[in-house]
Design a protein. Sequence first.
Lengths: 330, 330
Amino acid sequence: MTRPPPDARPRAGAIPLEVNLTAAIVAIAGDDPMILVAGADAAGQAILPSGPFDPLAHRTFEMGLRAWVREQADVPLGYVEQLYTFGDRGRQAQADDRDPHVVSVGYLALSHLDPAQGGLDSAPFRRWYAFLPWEDRRDSKPAVIEGKILPALAKWTARDPGTPNAYGLTRTERVRMLFGDDQRYSDEAALDRYQLLYEAGLVEEARRDGRASPLIDEAGPLGEPMRNDHRRILATAMARLRAKMKYRPVIFEMMPPAFTLTALQRTAEAISGRRLHKQNFRRFVETSAVVEPTGEFSNRTGGRPAALFRFRREVLQERPAPGLRVGVRG
Amino acid sequence: MTRPPPDARPRAGAIPLEVNLTAAIVAIAGDDPMILVAGADAAGQAILPSGPFDPLAHRTFEMGLRAWVREQADVPLGYVEQLYTFGDRGRQAQADDRDPHVVSVGYLALSHLDPAQGGLDSAPFRRWYAFLPWEDRRDSKPAVIEGKILPALAKWTARDPGTPNAYGLTRTERVRMLFGDDQRYSDEAALDRYQLLYEAGLVEEARRDGRASPLIDEAGPLGEPMRNDHRRILATAMARLRAKMKYRPVIFEMMPPAFTLTALQRTAEAISGRRLHKQNFRRFVETSAVVEPTGEFSNRTGGRPAALFRFRREVLQERPAPGLRVGVRG
DNA sequence: TCAAAAGTGTTATCCTTACACCCATGT
DNA sequence: ACATGGGTGTAAGGATAACACTTTTGA
């Protein structure tokens, strides 16, 4: 094993690649988290706003991303956060995709827009659970898990139940942790669930990459596929947002300036895919002092008028990790 | 504002870039976290193991990274995790750096090697607090903060104390949060601290990029600089490792197979840069069941022989977030 | 007057923090 | 015997989880 001299700079053999920026832009419409799509390809697969990074046009990734979004969707972005950079867009290129050497940088962005109000009616939002339906556990466990996913994964597990992977977990254990029903279920494992389905060859993207299982036709489609690796980016965004919400007040980046506590809870439930306990949610919001009453009331809620609240920006400097605990089931 | 037709694919004008992979490889030597350096450049600045990504040679980033590390350092890597992708390596290229269009993907890796034992004596590890000395608060607040950083930042703050940045925080507030002494201090904000010093023009890297403050010579060097953006990657690695340690059992990736509880605590303290409370640390380790006694004892510790423990791999499947809480000061 | 949603009170339990003390070895 | 570090018990305080009930509006 040779070692280069101390001054060696590993720049020899530099390979030119293309860097693509993709945004998962999330907004809330009533009870549903929505994802902005920039259109669909010839096969009808949804595509996220995206485009190549040109360092001559934009100094940073984030500036390039904002430019692409402005051009393709005309939605104002608030919070923006880099997610992950994928060097492998699946194992094989698509038929109409000549250059396979694309590096894909995924971003999460949040928008205050309420897609249901249609203020910018032209921006086409879609329900994010249309793409990852097994992630919505708000009202009972979704049917697709018991009906399609677990039967197919049972066969996949049976082929090799006991060999541990790099993290020491067997197929049996991974399936139980990710799609099971007990305390070990974690809403933050959204990416792991998608990756497991990909690995088992049960999502359309696996077929595209030549890694489909024979079971894929038996089970039928699991959520709507997206172009390229966009559904993987969406799953990454969901996982990150669910985790981040618990220790940073990012949820307010999707709320209007004034909101009721119930609306806030509905949003937290929509993102995390779980029902929350009303009293404890309220107590936590109150004691953590992340919101303050505006003094106004809303009587558009059906029953007793609800007090309106606003986000207290001061918490950003008062506490290092002001988030919304989502630990309690309703 | 025009919108492309639904089927449009934003691939026109694809720009070739070079993708560079860089690894911050951490190991523990007694009481000190160490970082593997692959050498130094002509100016004496340390460089991390790194190299360009070639998709023809390696299917994934991680495989490429492991290949570069194998070639430059000969250290076995356990845990590997992607950190962040920087599209801007500082605002300006270095003098001897002809192609400015490099995208830098940073990685965190952990190694079981004890650099103090010198099993592989050729691998040159350095103390990571040599590069970021203000991060070590184990034994009182480091002198460099009171002596150099705060005086220089006071002048920087005085030039614009009250204008809020994108997150609504003023210079005054940021300095107090990041370098202050109260409860708001967070060990996980290591990257924010480095970025603040860069923004204020107080680190060598800022001078290199043409953004040095006149104060930089007055204050004198703040930690050892590294080549390119390597110190930024190190700060990112430190922040991520400190955060991750609290909810994932990554610390065991740096421990030998059997260890005493005191050694485990010393490691947690070394990484987090803070002293921990002995009894509470032990109780947490015990109740969380992340370790189990081997039955052996070590009498090389000076006093009463210490029981040896090993990591219980089973916790990975028992609990979704088994980490080491580091919330308690000693 | 009743449905619907807002909003509150109270208790058991567990975890965190903090205190101080005992134990087993080498020198 | 004593210095050195290993190892424990217990109680106060606070946060969390769980229970059900009252209040205010519109229809």
